[in-house]
Design a protein around this ligand. Structure first.
Ligand SMILES: [Zn+2]
Length: 344
């Protein structure tokens, strides 16, 4: 089943090379435990399930091998017959293939590479359904680097042996012994940006800002370009304060508008449901906004009814008004929501 990559045409080679290089940097598989093994993708899970079904003994990421070019290589699966299996979602011909070939020749072993299409073929004669296994793994595993902090991390509670800890320590120490590495690490822009951001400082290039003067408090404030024509006040507070000064709580124009609205929409006022009030009053609100520059519905309610209130109170007020004008006497109750539990 070994695939001969040397036979691929140059075009295909270059194509997959560029795709592979782009994908591997952003592609993260789903990690999780299958038995005692922490697998790193749904493809690996599917293969492990296959091996167990076929009763083939296996271990996962058993050992790291040092190659003659100082590159370390850790094959995915080691089967009981001594064969190695590499599971690849995306195969990077430039970096993966030479490493595997070198490993094969230096350790005199065979590595079989399985990609998704090979695994689909492989499990055809088993009762497994590829998509089912994939879903099964996704619901069980976690995307690496996402929702896997603390106890949700598949490696949580896995302790390293003292020798492993010593190895990691020695390796880090050796790295820092190299002055160029140390310099690069300490002065890394990424690391600096991280520490700045921890102090609440903004890093990276900022979109150019424009300085405007607040029409209410006269303080200057910064905005991004597309807000220049929209912002008049430095804060919501200033905007509200400015509105307050301008808006009187009596305005016969607005009252007339509301009364006309009530008579025009008499039938609707009687039948409207209380969860549709926003839509009902939107047209009225829009025309008041256009004519009188008042946005706040509570201010509008205050002007119309004489006291600050909600849309519901406004409805009752307008209904009463319309009934008075039309000479009706029947007092219709608003249609309450059948279910008063909060929506959603
Ligand atoms: Zn201001």
């Amino acid at each position: 089943m070994k695939l001969d990559y040397n036979e691929k045409s140059n075009l295909e080679y270059n194509l997959s090379k560029s795709v592979g290089a782009r994908m591997t940097s952003t592609f993260y598989g789903y990690s999780g435990f299958y038995g005692e093994h922490c697998l790193r993708s749904s493809l690996e899970y599917i293969y492990a399930k296959y091996l167990d079904y076929m009763e083939i003994g296996w271990t996962y990421e058993d050992k790291t091998y040092l190659l003659s070019n100082e590159v370390r290589y850790k094959p995915d699966f080691l089967l009981e017959n001594g064969e190695y299996v590499e599971i690849k979602g995306v195969f990077n011909y430039q970096s993966d293939l030479p490493k595997i070939q070198l490993f094969e020749s230096e350790y005199n072993v065979k590595v079989t590479i399985f990609q998704e299409k090979d695994l689909r073929q492989l499990i055809k004669d088993t009762p497994f359904v590829f998509e089912h296994l994939k879903q099964e793994w996704k619901s069980h595993a976690k995307v690496r680097g996402m929702d896997n902090f603390g106890k949700r991390n598949p490696m949580y509670g896995v302790t390293q042996s003292e020798t492993t800890k010593a190895k990691i320590k020695a390796k880090a120490k050796a790295r820092f012994a190299d002055p160029s590495f140390k310099e690069k690490f300490v002065n890394s822009p990424k690391r600096k940006a991280y520490h700045e951001s921890r102090k609440g400082k903004k890093t990276g290039a900022l979109v150019p800002r424009f300085i405007l003067t607040c029409e209410f408090c006269q303080n200057s404030f910064e905005v991004i370009q597309h807000k220049v024509s929209k912002r008049r006040f430095c804060s919501k507070n200033c905007s509200v304060q400015a509105q307050h000064g301008k808006t009187s709580t009596t305005n016969s124009d607005i009252q007339t508008l509301a009364h006309t609205f009530a008579l025009d929409n008499y039938e609707t006022l009687l039948s409207v449901k209380l969860n549709n009030l926003k839509e009902l009053f939107q047209a009225l609100q829009d025309s008041i906004q256009k004519e009188n520059h008042i946005l706040d519905i509570r201010t509008i309610c205050q002007i119309v009814t004489g006291k600050p209130c909600s849309r519901k109170e406004l409805l009752y007020y307008l209904r009463e008004y319309a009934q008075k004008v039309r000479g009706a006497t029947a007092k219709n109750k608003a249609v309450e929501l059948e279910d008063k539990k909060p929506l959603g």
